[in-house]
Design a protein around this ligand. Structure first.
Ligand code: AMP
Ligand code: GLY
Length: 428
């Protein structure tokens, strides 16, 4: 790789704004390009890709990468990974950070992920797979407890129903398998034992062979304070999380991460990129709820804020299978990210509300405001344009300080119908 590398970042949410911010700090970055210039945060840091971004017309993006001499492509979200962007954009002169489609199945096909876990004896909830509604329904009826129902495919984070009763579970099966609300993503359904315990995420960077476990993060998935209300993509996150003791982290690495990568390798699948394990800390030890094949959103925001090393070096080393040759340093300061969501999130977020106070918030020491669902309107004002609007992230001398700073900044930002939790990081 030459000294300066031109980089294409695929994806347009808060996670990608955080990644772009870290990339922009790197002395290695040449030109940085974004597929989502409508995100005002990304537009400030990167140039706009001016060809269609789709799997169907991937040759347009390939030509773009050749023409602009892109040396590194970073893929943020799961859909393009599942669609094979990593396979198709790699070339003899270009590497891609993010797993190939075969490996991305770990997230894109929960039924397959369950098989991988079973074959490698990785601790996870007991489950059964169904393609037929009647069979799935009879199975649920025979169970003592209400199970968790999961569409096997990608359903934009909405495909998991933690049913309170068996009736609710059957209603979910009917929506997925009969009404087909998630389309093909619901062709296979996983019916899973409900686990109890604190929920944590462990993220690692994998270079095919070496595993670099990242500092533990904790996400807050429910919409309301004290974990009430509907599940969301995540209403805030903090890092490091003390729920995960070094002991538990060691167990997760030994019993979950290493066997997963080994199982993939046995199948001839070279896993390079982020491996994210969503875990429940049950009385019987940590068990896998899901795998993701990318950084979490919003977990990425505190992670990137705390990363002191050069993220471009880190990504290039991952692609080259040389993670063991670099040292990765994190800030001693914890980080806390508070998500500001739009009115109506997660069901029907309202778009078009004018956002004020961004400049004041960003001026506070240690604060970064990451754009997720925002855009500029005709008048040049920044308005809401998605469910999760902003991720207000702050570093602090300790977690309470990081929380205080994040909330101070979050309170300076206003828009009609702003929704945020008041307890991000409070349980720690
Ligand atoms: P997933 O997309 O698989 O992480 O599921 C979304 C959310 O549903 C998780 O973050 C958990 O809060 C919950 N969940 C998933 N699987 C289970 C399970 N087996 N037991 C209890 N809760 C679950
Ligand atoms: N924050 C959860 C996720 O990214 O899946």
């Amino acid at each position: 790789m030459p000294d300066k590398v031109n980089i294409l970042l695929v994806g347009g949410g808060g996670r990608e704004h955080a990644i772009a911010t870290a990339i922009a700090r790197s002395p290695r970055v040449g030109d940085l390009w974004t597929t989502h210039p409508e995100n005002p945060g990304l537009a400030k840091l990167a140039r706009a890709v001016d060809v269609p971004v789709s799997a169907r017309e991937i040759y347009r993006l390939q030509q773009f990468c050749d023409h602009k001499k892109i040396g590194l492509v970073v893929v943020g979200p799961e859909e393009p990974l599942a669609e094979g962007f990593a396979d198709k954009l790699a070339s003899p002169t270009r590497v891609v950070f993010g797993p190939i489609a075969e490996a991305a199945r770990l997230e894109a096909d929960k039924a397959w992920a369950k098989q991988v876990m079973r074959s490698a004896s990785i601790p996870t909830a007991d489950s059964r797979m169904f393609n037929d509604f009647t069979a799935a329904k009879s199975y649920v009826e025979t169970r003592e407890e209400a199970p968790v129902i999961k569409a096997a495919g990608l359903a934009k984070g909405k495909g998991v129903i933690v049913a309170a009763t068996k009736e609710e579970a059957i209603a979910a099966l009917e929506r997925i398998m009969v009404q087909k609300v998630f389309g093909d993503a619901g062709r296979t359904v996983v019916v899973e034992e409900r686990l109890e315990g604190p929920e944590v995420s462990v993220l690692a960077i994998v270079d095919g062979r070496n595993i670099l476990v990242l500092p533990p993060c904790q996400d807050h998935k429910r919409l309301g304070d004290n974990d009430t209300g509907p599940n969301t993509g995540g209403m805030g996150a903090f890092c490091p999380s003390n729920t995960l003791t070094p002991d538990v982290m060691e167990t997760v690495e030994r019993e979950i991460l290493v066997p997963t990568i080994d199982a993939m390798r046995r199948d001839g699948i070279d896993y390079r990129g982020v491996l994210y394990a969503g875990l429940m800390l049950t009385p019987a030890g940590p068990k896998v709820l899901e795998f993701n094949v990318r950084f979490g959103d919003p977990e990425c925001q505190p992670l990137m804020t705390r990363l002191k090393s050069d993220v471009v070096e880190l990504m290039l080393a991952t692609c080259a299978g040389k993670l063991d040759r670099i040292d990765v340093e994190w800030s001693d300061q914890p980080a806390c990210c508070v998500v500001l969501a739009a009115k109506g999130y997660p069901d029907k977020p309202r778009a078009g509300d004018v956002i004020s106070g961004l400049d004041q918030a960003e001026k506070l020491p240690g604060v970064s405001v990451f754009h997720a669902g925002t855009k500029r309107n005709d008048k040049g004002q920044i308005v809401t344009s998605g469910g999760r609007v902003l991720g207000v992230t702050a570093l602090g001398v300790d977690l309470p300080d990081a929380r205080r700073r994040a909330y101070e900044a979050a309170d300076l930002i206003n828009f009609d119908g702003k929704v945020m939790r008041r307890d991000i990081g409070a349980s720690a």
